[in-house]
Design a protein around this ligand. Structure first.
Ligand code: AMP
Ligand code: ZN
Ligand code: FE
Ligand code: FE
Length: 275
C-alpha cells in the first residue's frame, strides 16, 4: 500500500521544518507522496520539490488559502498549482502584506497591554513572507513574555482575545476561482474544525473539487460524516496531518496516511481539466 500526506507546513509559513527536514520525516514515515500547503504562499514549493526528487518521492505543489464565508474563517487548499501563475502570485502577495501588517497590529495591541513585544522580533523569528499568530506566540515564549504557546493563544491571540486581529481576506468562492485559474484543484480544508458545513453547497456550486475528510483533528465519526458529504456532492477525498513540525508535541506527520488511490483520482481530475 502507498500513502500520502496532503497537508503540510514548513518554515515558509508557520511550520518549523525546512523543506529538506520535512522530506526526511516523510521518508521516515514511508510516505510515497506529499503536498506542501503553507499558508497563503507557494514559496517553499520549489525547494520541497527538489528535496522530494532526490529521494523519488512524489510532490504536489499546494497552498492553504485563508478565506471567509459569512464571517467564518475557512481554509481552502489548492493542489497542483502553477506556482508561477501571475494572478495567484499577485493575490497571495497582497495577503502576505496583510499578514505582515497584522503582526504589527497584534504587537501594538500587546504593547498596550504592557507586553513589550516588537514586531521586528516576530519578523526576525518568522523569517518568511507569510507570518502568522504562531510566530507571535513563539516570539513571546522566546522573550519570556509568556510561559508557553498555548497560554499565548488562550490569553491573547485566539479570536476574541485582546491581541487578536482579524485578517482581511478573500471570500471562499473567490479562493476556489483563484485556485482554478492557476490550474489547481480546490479542496475545503478540515471542515470539522470550522463548523461551517452550511457553506459546502455554495462551494460545490462554485466548483469545489474536494473535501479534506481525514485530518489530525477529525474524529472517526467526523471523517465518516465528510466521506458521506463527499459522496453526496461527488467531491474528491483528501487527507493530511497538518503537521507544523515541532511544537510541544512530536511532529504530526505520519499520523494521517491517505491511501494513494485518492491521489490517483485527484490527478485524473487535473488531467481531465487540461484536455
Ligand atoms: P493565523 O494564520 O495567523 O491566523 O494563525 C493560524 C495558525 O495558528 C493555525 O494554522 C495554527 O497553526 C495555529 N493555531 C491556531 N490556534 C491555535 C492554538 N489555540 N494553539 C496553537 N496554535 C494555534
Ligand atoms: Zn498553520
Ligand atoms: Fe488550516
Ligand atoms: Fe494547515
Amino acid at each position: 500500500m502507498k500513502f500520502a500526506d496532503l497537508h503540510l507546513h514548513t518554515q515558509f509559513s508557520d511550520g518549523t521544518f525546512t523543506p529538506e527536514e520535512l522530506v526526511l520525516h516523510a521518508q521516515k514515515h514511508g510516505l510515497a507522496c506529499i503536498a506542501l500547503t503553507d499558508h497563503d504562499t507557494v514559496e517553499g514549493c520549489a525547494r520541497t520539490a527538489a528535496a522530494c526528487a532526490k529521494v523519488q518521492m512524489e510532490f504536489i505543489a499546494g497552498s492553504e488559502l485563508t478565506a471567509e464565508h459569512a464571517d467564518t474563517e475557512v481554509h481552502i487548499l489548492g493542489y497542483f498549482l502553477d506556482t508561477q501563475n501571475q494572478v495567484l502570485l499577485e493575490k497571495i502577495g497582497h495577503f502576505q502584506t496583510v499578514r505582515q501588517e497584522r503582526i504589527r497590529e497584534m504587537c501594538a495591541a500587546l504593547n498596550k497591554l504592557g507586553i513589550p513585544l516588537k514586531a521586528e522580533s516576530v519578523f526576525a523569528l518568522a523569517n518568511c513572507k507569510s507570518p502568522g499568530r504562531p510566530h507571535v506566540a513563539r516570539a513571546m515564549v522566546q522573550e519570556k513574555l509568556i510561559g508557553n504557546l498555548d497560554q499565548a493563544f488562550e490569553k491573547y491571540l485566539k479570536k476574541g482575545r485582546p491581541a487578536w486581529v482579524p485578517k482581511t481576506t478573500m471570500s471562499a468562492l473567490e479562493s476556489v476561482e483563484l485556485i482554478h485559474q492557476a490550474g489547481g484543484l480546490a479542496v475545503m480544508a478540515h471542515p470539522g474544525l470550522n463548523r461551517s458545513d452550511d457553506i459546502i453547497p455554495a462551494l460545490v456550486e462554485a466548483g469545489l473539487d474536494g473535501i479534506e475528510c481525514f485530518h489530525t483533528k477529525h474524529s472517526t465519526v467526523m471523517s465518516e460524516r465528510y466521506l458521506e458529504i463527499a459522496e453526496k456532492h461527488n467531491l474528491l477525498v483528501t487527507g493530511g496531518s497538518d503537521c507544523h513540525g515541532y511544537s510541544k508535541k512530536a511532529p504530526l506527520i505520519g499520523t494521517v496516511k491517505l491511501p494513494y488511490d485518492h491521489v490517483e483520482r485527484l490527478k485524473a481530475k487535473v488531467a481531465e481539466r487540461k484536455l
